[in-house]
Design a protein. Structure first.
Length: 63
């Protein structure tokens, strides 16, 4: 049960990355300004996805 919850949160990071990326592109298309904070949060979410995936893999191998 715990691993299913971990996998859910792992993919939630990808969802948030897409949301932040959409926000950055939308702001760029409407205002012409670059939303650095949204891009930074999207990059962080992608990094966290891969970090959590590696961590969960290690956790599953221990069990």
């Amino acid at each position: 049960m715990k691993t299913k919850l971990f996998k859910f949160f792992q993919y939630a990071y990808l969802f948030f990355a897409v949301v932040f990326l959409y926000d950055a592109v939308n702001k760029y298309m409407t205002d012409g300004s670059i939303a650095y904070m949204s891009l930074l949060l999207a990059a962080t979410a992608v990094f966290m996805f891969f970090f959590r995936r590696k961590f969960n893999k290690r956790f599953e191998d221990k069990e």
